[in-house]
Ligand binder design. Structure first.
Ligand SMILES: [Zn+2]
Length: 266
């Protein structure tokens, strides 16, 4: 599932391919992905305009619409979404749900195999984040605010890191990675973490997200000391050789090391 580093990659991709190009046509192939906007409205807002810049908040990409009424196109990639920019319509990906055709003959497709992603319009990324109740972006949040926001929660560490209302951008894979590297058991109640551990978690979160963005989603480009290349059946902890264990948290398969992420409550 696309998490902050993947979505940051799509923001960079959109910036590199689709800015300042006049939009000739818009096709919605799965109206279900539209959230609070009709195909007709989307067409009237986008046709003849261009994207000016792209931003990201948590797992959302925002593309600023140049001229006209302005506003921003919002994209959320759901479980499997991605963007694809191509010239030959024959290269149109199979699960293309939303297609933008540019005057230069190229296309930008919003590809979403399982259709859980969505497309919307917003006045600004800030207004959208506020309306959705999203917490601060996980890459921008400062150490103090991070400690305050986690400290007032009662849930377990993993569930809290994944709660988009606490902070936006972390999902299953990177929540596990952050807790693994910080040596925190995924079920530790966040309100029992001391100041020092919260500081460590915040620092590790930044490191992990920057490393993941640099690795551009390629598993083999992650350091061998990371959990990611080892999260499979029979995987062992790269730090101490203990067989990794799995539990289910918030309905998601969770990997952790029972040695260096021991549950201190037991
Ligand atoms: Zn370990």
């Amino acid at each position: 599932m696309p998490e902050l580093p993947d979505v940051e990659y799509y923001r960079i991709y959109l910036t590199a391919t689709a800015l300042h190009k006049t939009i000739a046509r818009v096709e919605v192939r799965a109206p279900r992905i539209l959230e609070g906007v009709t195909e007709r409205r989307l067409r009237s807002v986008l046709a003849g305009r261009a994207f000016q810049s792209a931003r990201r908040h948590g797992k959302y990409v925002f593309a600023a619409i140049e001229g006209g009424e302005g506003g921003w196109l919002v994209m959320h990639f759901g479980m499997t979404g991605r963007l694809s920019y191509f010239k030959d319509i024959g290269d149109d990906p199979k699960h293309d749900r939303f297609l933008i055709g540019f005057e230069n003959g190229y296309f930008l497709a919003f590809v979403n195999q399982r259709k859980f992603g969505h497309v919307a319009l917003a006045m600004s990324p800030e207004a959208f984040a506020e309306a959705k109740g999203l917490g601060p972006d996980a890459l921008s949040i400062g150490r103090e605010e991070f400690a305050v926001r986690l400290g007032e929660r009662r849930g377990g560490a993993k569930a809290t890191l994944m709660n988009q209302k606490v902070l936006a951008g972390i999902g299953n894979i990177y929540a596990d990675e952050i807790l693994f590297r910080a040596g925190v058991h995924p079920k530790t109640p966040v309100n029992t973490l001391d100041e020092e551990t919260l500081g460590t978690l915040h620092a590790v979160m930044g490191d992990v997200l920057h490393t993941a963005i640099a690795a551009k989603r390629r598993c083999e480009d992650f350091p061998g000391s990371y959990l990611l290349p080892h999260r499979h059946e029979g995987g062992v902890c790269p730090l101490d050789g203990t067989p990794l264990e799995t539990i289910t948290i918030s309905g998601r398969r969770t990997y952790f090391c029972p040695t260096h992420q021991s549950d201190e409550r037991e």
